[in-house]
Ligand binder design. Structure first.
Ligand SMILES: CC(C)(COP(=O)(O)OP(=O)(O)OC[C@H]1O[C@@H](n2cnc3c(N)ncnc32)[C@H](O)[C@@H]1OP(=O)(O)O)[C@@H](O)C(=O)NCCC(=O)NCCS
Length: 152
């Protein structure tokens, strides 16, 4: 049964079917996002093909996206989570992430990770915490790797 306060959330459809994603819309957002600035469309297409992705659609139009980089057995890295500005604050990301973490291919993983500048509270609701042992983790980070093809 629909409760009035849920109407807007209920209009959002969550899908794992990449053929229903609007890659141009996803690229339009991610090419300007602080964590993926300048990402070439071809790189995004490869990333989607190699990940478990979820899309949020309203009337068939892409309004949100999230990507889980995973071996579907032991580990996953959550990336590229966004909801378009006009659709925020209505539970869209919560709905996408609930569906993603409930997906049968990512049950029983030993570890999931993510990086975020300011959305810690959102992910805390799904059991994410700050690193327990930061000194054990290392990274090879190339934040400027897309800048050569920024005009593309
Ligand atoms: C972060 C973002 C995905 C949240 O999407 P959203 O659909 O507006 O979030 P929801 O309405 O589903 O909110 C779910 C819960 O998380 C909380 N939340 C949402 N965004 C938050 C943020 N930036 N920081 C802290 N908490 C946040 C909400 O208060 C809500 O709490 P509740 O369950 O108690 O009501 C969206 O604001 C966005 O796209 N931001 C720009 C891109 C970005 O920063 N992505 C995250 C990169 S790590």
């Amino acid at each position: 049964m629909h409760r009035p306060e849920n109407l807007e959330v209920d209009e959002v459809e969550v899908t794992f079917d990449p053929s229903r994603f609007d890659v141009d819309a996803i690229h339009r957002f991610l090419v300007g996002a602080y964590w993926s600035a300048g990402i070439p469309r071809a790189v995004l297409t490869r990333a989607i093909a190699g990940s478990l992705c979820v899309g949020a659609l309203t009337n068939g139009a892409q309004v949100g996206f999230a990507r889980l980089v995973t071996d579907r057995a032991t580990f996953a890295y959550l990336a590229d989570v966004f909801v378009l500005p006009e659709h925020r604050g209505k539970g869209v990301s919560r709905k996408m992430l609930e569906a993603l973490f409930a997906h049968r291919d990512v049950q029983g993983l030993r570890r999931m990770m993510l990086a975020t500048r300011d959305a810690h509270d959102l992910y805390a609701r799904f059991g994410f915490t700050p690193l327990g042992s930061p000194s054990r983790f290392m990274e090879a980070h190339k934040p400027d790797v897309y800048s050569a093809s920024h005009e593309a």
